[in-house]
Design a binder for this molecule. Structure first.
Ligand SMILES: Cc1cc2nc3c(=O)[nH]c(=O)nc-3n(C[C@H](O)[C@H](O)[C@H](O)COP(=O)(O)OP(=O)(O)OC[C@H]3O[C@@H](n4cnc5c(N)ncnc54)[C@H](O)[C@@H]3O)c2cc1C
Length: 467
């Protein structure tokens, strides 16, 4: 690798090829305290440099792993000493804001929060939002097809991208930077790269679709008496608020209790004891109209018995305090450690039965085990945390089987929004048919025949995969 690194240094500058302790001083990702194990970290400044680096790596058959903000939750950024990490941390330029077309063109290393803040300067918004907003990058959001807390209103990352540019494994630059909403000139190539977790190309730039800013956000935490009431509330708010329903985030009582009373991390805004707590939000243009519509809808839900109790945020501080409970992933990890976390999707109507079944199965194997559930219920997405006192490989496999196995029958998915990475690839066949997996392999071989880009991520290794 040394000769290759010397050549790469002539492209990116010697200060942008990190080796030794400069590599191991970095963490492999946000979740893990483990040091980065990549053979080196290369930090290109622009698309030309990424392309030149990839041409050299292609000639040397050097496998690479792309690094964005490293907040991914499925070990997608993990690199072995035989792999080079290509970090987009210097590619943070915001290139063009078009307020008329409502588009923003950025380099892929820009943090999500910077994009949100830039959009706001023109009374626009970039609606993708998630807890890791300060660290995750647009390239990472595209690569993972990120979801988050506004999917119910605006869709996933896929829906926010008009165009993108990617560097292929051999260094070819595919610039598909369309700024139009409509462009049916042949295959929509950007879709190949969105959600492919860096296995088909390195995303270097993107054109993002901005939305009109809806300055009025009304937020409430409500308690639901049972699962039927919860799903009825979702339908009720959908009808009463129409397109204004911006969030429907559910916490099972075990999640709410853990982060409030049990850990003492947050004062409980509503008394404990209800089976479900929901963070709901209504987005609107006119503050008075939005507030009236929201409180009317909640009052009707209260009268119909869909909710037992509710607290409405009266200020930004109160709103932030409600969100802080839902977004306290760190609290969850600290209080429940050691634990396994899962991101799954399934039809909403099946969720209560699924969770009850999982609870029973876990209690049978580990009577002292803990199960904590929350999620973007309106999107059919649950985040499931399981703590059974050990995270050994054997225990992990046993827990994974219990969590994933029922999903195939229910038509659910082993990954709702985090992707497959290394963590879930052995279970891919539970959510994808043999024909779908074969087509994925065909695409991978066509674009990256030497398996240089994020090798062995998403698809389990096949004999012909050696670089
Ligand atoms: C507190 C917290 C909350 C979170 N909440 C959510 C949530 O609500 N919804 C959600 O979907 N996710 C969530 N995540 C997961 C994570 O933030 C997303 O997956 C995010 O999109 C990853 O972006 P990143 O820049 O950190 O990517 P990284 O972690 O650096 O990379 C993720 C994957 O994408 C690849 N990749 C990165 N950049 C590029 C690029 N430019 N080109 C090609 N491949 C690339 C990497 O190789 C890797 O496989 C959360 C994470 C944390 C820590």
């Amino acid at each position: 690798m040394d000769a290759l690194l010397t050549d790469i240094a002539t492209v990116v500058g010697p200060g942008n090829v990190l080796t030794g302790s400069d590599v191991s001083a970095r963490r492999v990702d946000w979740m893990s305290g483990e040091p980065c194990r990549a053979g080196a970290i290369v930090r290109p400044a622009d698309t030309d440099e990424v392309a030149a680096v990839m041409r050299l790596c292609h000639a040397a058959r050097q496998p690479v792993v792309t690094h964005g903000g490293l907040t991914g939750l499925v070990h997608g950024g993990e690199a072995s000493p035989e792999e080079l990490a290509i970090s987009l941390e210097r590619m943070t330029a915001i290139e063009a804001l078009d307020p008329i077309g409502g588009t923003l063109t950025v380099q892929a290393g820009v943090p999500l929060q910077s994009v949100q803040e830039t959009a706001a300067t023109e009374e626009l918004q970039f609606p993708l939002d998630l807890g890791a907003r300060g660290s995750c990058t647009i390239g990472g959001n595209i690569a993972t097809n990120a979801g988050g807390v506004r999917v119910i209103r605006y869709g996933m990352m896929r829906q926010q991208v008009l165009g993108l540019e990617a560097v292929l494994a051999d260094g070819t630059v595919v610039s598909s930077l369309s700024r139009m909403l409509k462009n049916n000139a042949g295959y929509d190539l950007k879709q190949l790269f969105i959600g492919s977790e860096g296995t088909l190309g390195i995303v270097t730039r993107a054109v993002l679709k901005l939305q009109p800013r809806l300055p009025s956000e009304r937020t409430a935490l409500v308690a639901c008496p049972d699962f039927d009431a919860l799903t009825a509330l979702l339908r009720h708010l959908g009808h009463r608020l129409g397109g204004a329903l911006g969030t429907f985030e559910v916490m099972w009582d075990n999640h709410y209790r853990l982060l409030t009373e049990e850990s003492g991390r947050h004062a409980p805004p509503l008394p404990l004891g209800a089976p479900f707590y929901v963070l709901v939000e209504s987005l609107g243009l006119d503050p008075e109209r939005n507030a009236a519509q929201f409180s009317d809808a909640l009052e009707a839900a209260l009268n119909d018995g869909l909710i037992g109790d509710a607290v409405l945020a009266q200020s930004t501080t109160q709103r932030d305090a409600l969100w802080a409970i839902r977004e306290d992933i760190e609290g969850l990890l600290q209080t429940l450690a050691p634990l396994f976390t899962f991101d799954i999707s399934l039809p909403i109507a099946e969720m209560a039965t699924y969770v009850e079944g999982l609870e029973t199965a876990l209690a049978h194997e580990w009577p002292k085990g803990r199960l904590v559930v929350f999620g973007h219920l309106g999107d059919g997405n649950l985040h499931v945390s399981v703590s059974v006192g050990s995270v050994s490989h054997e225990v992990r496999c046993a827990v994974e089987r219990l969590v994933y196995a029922p999903l195939a029958q229910l038509g659910g998915s082993i990954s709702a929004e985090h992707g497959i990475g290394l963590e879930k690839r052995d279970y891919l066949s539970l959510s994808r048919s043999p024909e779908e997996i074969a087509l994925m392999r065909t695409l991978k071989r066509a674009l990256d025949p030497h398996h240089l880009l994020n090798r062995h991520k998403i698809l389990p290794p096949a004999p012909e995969d050696t670089p």
